[in-house]
Design a protein around this ligand. Structure first.
Ligand SMILES: NC(=O)C1=CN([C@@H]2O[C@H](COP(=O)(O)OP(=O)(O)OC[C@H]3O[C@@H](n4cnc5c(N)ncnc54)[C@H](OP(=O)(O)O)[C@@H]3O)[C@@H](O)[C@H]2O)C=CC1
Ligand SMILES: O=C1O[C@H](COP(=O)(O)O)[C@@H](O)[C@H](O)[C@H]1O
Length: 514
């Protein structure tokens, strides 16, 4: 079973065209939001595509007392609500749910892991999972170390009687700062080998993010201009119209910098900034990403206000609906100083990027949901078309739209038809929706399948996680020393605080309005 060759649209063009070996996936925190909203729908869609191995089994593990049947029904409800293909197909579900079971246990009690071990051995015997296991930590992050230690204590980190492999998927956030991320890495790597550890960042599973690699390294025409000689600045925007969606307790301890920038946004930055890898293989790709992250200029905590702007939303309107301010959200401190918006400027000190600012911004409760990377090119060195409205032209911008309306556009100057020379900026574009008539899989589908296949290209390695924490930790230190500006300071439904615009204006630039 290990390497039967099947056509797999999710892996087209990639090496290792194969189906995964039979395995069991244990989801710690299976009664939580992530399992219902993302993991189970992703597994169900893989089942629909025929991409799961025979005998594939899911063991839900959580504290509350649930019968197998009740757990299966809850999972079915989650799939019905959140799957990209819904409603659930009853025939497919009947087969799929036979592989779903539930173990009630706490993360702390070693005895509960013995019962988990028994369940896994039952699956080896009855469903042929061959001792292959994936443990998914979909739990509050402060539980990761306890679970990993207990897996080690119960010997579940190693192949059992049936042999097989063992892998560990760790959700974000991976640590709260550089120090805690290093401690967590040490703890995890006492029990598992680095090759067994899959640190997930779901942005890397998005089709459009993977397409950045294809765009840069499967086309010859962009690489020669992908550097400081032609590029003026890079802007990465991750705007969300949603608020904190009932996750107040988590978010108020986290904030936008930890929640979005340290992981998703620095991953976007690294795929834009990396050098071409020598092969499309896990370590070759990650070596280049980590080099780019390491080259981020170290931030001086004492001067952090020169490179960052923070904001917090107050009540306002989004999508025609009134929404409460951040401090009025459930489980948020009414005097909270947590940022729900952050803008920052980073430099990558290497030959390719010296002097090119990377502007990043992300916020909750912005006018709409849009994730975009805009590469702004330098203006022409000598303006030929004076008086032809050329002065008001925008510079060339290559905009990579991650979501929604996925695609790529290039803003260029063109002559307006007519007897005079008048110029205007126009867009050339490629849209996924019109170029490909297939629906893109959800990021978690791709990543879960890759983990089953043992392919860690789209997961972050230890050194990568720590390299991403380094500048972020310096910013957090600087913020801790300098009291934040008056909060709240942007109205829900706007593009962030006015200071964010002034921040770019000081550099003679402005944010692109996506
Ligand atoms: N939700 C989301 O959209 C996203 C979540 N994540 C990450 O995924 C992880 C999980 O998030 P989410 O699903 O929202 O969390 P939830 O709070 O919804 O779920 C937590 C789960 O952990 C279980 N649990 C907590 N403590 C114990 C314990 N001591 N013993 C046994 N079980 C316990 C709970 O079981 P019970 O309820 O039975 O007590 C529940 O199943 C987090 O790291 C989060 O940062 C990442 C991206 C998005
Ligand atoms: O990890 C997280 O990501 C989501 C945004 O993900 P997207 O795929 O919808 O762009 C964000 O809302 C959440 O706060 C954060 O924890």
């Amino acid at each position: 079973m290990q390497s039967a060759t099947v056509a797999n649209p999710l892996r087209e063009g990639l090496p290792q065209e194969r189906t995964p070996a039979p395995c069991a996936m244990v989801i710690f925190g299976a009664s939580g939001d992530l399992t219902r909203r993302k993991l189970m729908p992703a597994l169900y869609n893989l089942a629909l595509e025929g991409l799961l191995p025979p005998g594939f089994s899911v063991v839900g593990y959580a504290r509350r007392d649930l019968e197998h049947g009740t757990f299966r029904d809850q999972m079915r409800e989650g799939v019905n609500q959140f799957s990209r293909r819904r409603p659930v197909d009853p025939d497919m579900w009947e087969v799929f749910e036979q592989g779903i079971s539930y173990v009630q246990g706490t993360f702390e009690d070693p005895g509960d892991y013995e019962r988990l071990g028994q369940e896994l051995r039952r699956l080896d015997r009855e469903r042929g999972t061959q001792g292959n296991r994936i443990y998914y930590l979909a739990t509050p992050p402060d539980q990761y170390e306890t679970i990993v230690d207990n897996l080690g204590r119960a010997g579940l980190n190693k192949p059992g009687e049936a042999g097989g492999w063992t892998r560990l998927i760790v959700e974000k956030p991976f640590g709260r700062d550089l120090q805690s991320a290093m401690v967590l890495n040490d703890r995890v790597l006492r029990i598992f080998e680095e090759e067994q550890v899959f640190r997930i960042d779901h942005y890397l599973g998005k089709e459009t993010v993977q397409n950045i690699l294809a765009f840069r390294f499967a086309n010859g025409i962009f690489e020669p201009i992908w550097n400081r000689n032609y590029i003026d600045n890079v802007q990465i925007t991750v705007a969300e119209s949603i608020g904190i969606e009932g996750r107040g307790a988590y978010y108020d301890q986290s904030g936008a910098l930890r929640d979005m920038v340290q992981n998703h946004m620095l991953q976007l930055l690294s795929v834009i900034a990396m050098e071409p890898p020598i092969a499309f293989e896990a370590d070759a790709v990650r070596d280049e990403k980590v080099k780019a992250l390491r080259a981020i200029r170290q931030v001086d905590p004492a001067r952090v206000d020169e490179i960052t702007v923070r904001g917090q939303y107050s009540a306002g309107w989004v999508g025609g609906q009134p929404v409460p301010g951040y401090r009025e959200e459930p489980n948020v401190d009414p005097n909270s100083m947590t940022e729900t918006f952050v803008a920052l400027k980073l430099f990558i000190d290497n030959w390719r990027w010296a002097g090119v600012p990377f502007y990043l911004r992300t916020g909750k409760r912005m006018p709409r949901r849009v994730t975009e990377i805009a590469i702004q090119f330098k203006r022409v060195p000598h303006p030929l078309f004076r008086g032809a409205a050329a002065e008001s032209l925008e510079p060339n911008v290559l905009a990579i739209r991650i979501q929604p309306d996925e695609g790529i556009s290039l803003k260029i100057a063109a002559k307006v038809p007519g007897p005079q020379i008048r110029l205007r900026s126009v867009n050339m574009g490629f849209l996924y929706g019109t170029s490909f008539l297939v629906e893109s899989p959800d990021a978690y589908e791709r990543l879960l399948l890759d983990c089953m296949l043992g392919d860690s290209t789209l997961f972050t390695r230890r050194d990568e996680t720590e390299a991403a924490w380094r500048p972020i930790t310096a910013i957090l230190e600087g913020w801790a020393e300098a009291p934040p500006p008056l909060f709240p300071n942007y109205e829900a439904g706007t593009w962030g605080p006015p200071e964010a615009d002034e921040f770019l204006a000081r550099d003679g630039r402005e944010w692109r309005r996506p």
